[in-house]
Design a protein around this ligand. Structure first.
Ligand code: PXP
Length: 230
């Protein structure tokens, strides 16, 4: 059955808006797990605009899978090797962006990524590359030795082609890659992506946290699991 990774960044966004000690992403992650989350995802950004280093340390102690999204920098490598999340998802990062805008351009940094991925994998961390649904990017992900890709579904979520995502999943699986997907998924658009054979996990944040304001996080996660599996 397809898994749901709940991205808790925006719990931290709310906390940082007032620089308070609450709401606490690590505490609320337990609510997400109680609602049926199969893992927790967080993005430690270079500018620390939401998730902080201490959040990641505390999230790691929870009895669930942790997927750390990060840029492929030397600072983040040190942190990942210390914290040892179950998975690292490498993402591109621009300071001015509101959220991760596009996938990683793996094709134009093969040498750098090959070394970077190897360092993480030697430490027992599974590496996933967040890429746009483009053949050259998945080919590059396979070349640099990543075990997983996460397909950027932002374009699909804005009314783009489902077929394009399906075809890329198929190609990726044929190349021996394992496939996750995420970005922009919500209660109305998630089902067709969840139904694609070969997609193992969806990573969803904003829509779940926004729904949680109304119904609470446990219920919001439960509803998303329902929307995925209906
Ligand atoms: N996957 C990746 C790699 C992301 O960067 C994000 C956004 O932080 C998500 C999934 C979740 O996207 P959304 O918040 O739109 O559900």
């Amino acid at each position: 059955m397809i898994r749901l990774g709940v991205n808790i960044d925006h719990i931290a966004t709310l906390r940082q808006a007032r620089l308070e000690g609450f709401p606490d992403p690590a505490l609320l992650a337990e609510e997400a797990i109680a609602g049926g989350a199969d893992g927790i995802v967080c993005h430690l950004r270079e500018d620390r605009r939401h998730v902080q280093d201490d959040d990641v340390i505390r999230l790691r102690k929870l009895p669930t899978r942790l997927d750390l999204e990060m840029a492929a920098t030397s600072e983040m490598l040190k942190i990942a090797l210390k914290i040892k999340p179950d998975m690292v998802t490498l993402v591109p990062e621009k300071r001015q962006e509101i959220t991760t805008e596009g996938g990683l351009n793996a094709a134009n940094q093969l040498k750098k990524l090959k070394l970077y991925v190897a360092k993480l994998q030697r430490a027992g961390i599974i590496v996933s590359l967040f890429v746009d649904p483009e053949s050259k990017q998945i080919a590059a992900a396979a070349k640099v030795g990543a075990k997983f890709i996460e397909i950027h579904t932002g374009e699909y979520a804005r009314g783009g082609s489902l077929v394009k995502v399906k075809q890329i999943v198929d190609k990726a699986v044929k190349l021996g890659l394992r496939v996750n997907a995420g970005h922009g998924l919500d209660y109305d658009n998630v089902k067709p992506i969840a139904a694609i054979p070969g997609v193992e996990e969806l990573n969803i944040g904003f829509s779940i946290i926004a729904r949680a304001v109304i119904v609470g996080l446990r219920q919001a996660v439960k509803e998303m699991k329902g929307a995925m599996e209906k």
